[in-house]
Design a binder for this molecule. Structure first.
Ligand SMILES: [Zn+2]
Ligand SMILES: [Zn+2]
Length: 149
């Protein structure tokens, strides 16, 4: 086992990003000392959809054995033309994906409208999660290699 070098996670976008000279995050531009809207209990993790998930609500960190389907659209259509294209049968513009996630009862309503930060359809998705979920997930599956691609 080797430890990955520690990186500084942005409290706003959770990217393991460097900080600009002016103090802003290289990924999202917000300052590290700006705490507005920051929830220190939350972080982000990349979930490999083939991996085993811990029995821990990914939104609040509570123990749960409930599974709920996270359902999201791959490409939300933008603008009037995008909206039209999205309605066409067989359109690849906007596809619905589903992923079973451990979610406790009280957090279930939060699933509505929730989208991953980024994702590769059918492979992995980067989600805003509770720190306990991330710790348990990494305990089961190991920490992923950083992918700077
Ligand atoms: Zn950021
Ligand atoms: Zn919960």
């Amino acid at each position: 086992m080797h430890e990955l070098p520690h990186y500084n996670e942005c409290p706003h976008c959770y990217a393991p990003a460097a900080v600009r000279a002016d103090g802003g995050c290289l990924a999202c531009g917000r300052r590290r000392d700006d705490t507005e809207g920051v929830d220190p209990r939350m972080t982000a993790v990349t979930v490999d959809v083939r991996h085993e998930l811990p029995c821990c609500c990914f939104l609040c960190g509570a123990d749960t054995d409930r599974g709920k389907t996270l359902s999201y659209l791959s490409n939300p259509a933008r603008g009037p033309m995008g909206w039209l294209v999205g309605l066409l049968p067989g359109s690849t513009r906007s596809r619905r994906h589903r992923q079973l996630m451990p979610v406790c009862g009280p957090c279930t309503p939060q699933l509505k409208g929730l989208r991953p930060i980024t994702f590769k359809a059918g492979q992995e998705m980067r989600l805003r999660v509770h720190k306990r979920f991330r710790a348990l997930y990494e305990g089961v599956n190991g920490r992923p290699h950083l992918d700077w691609g």
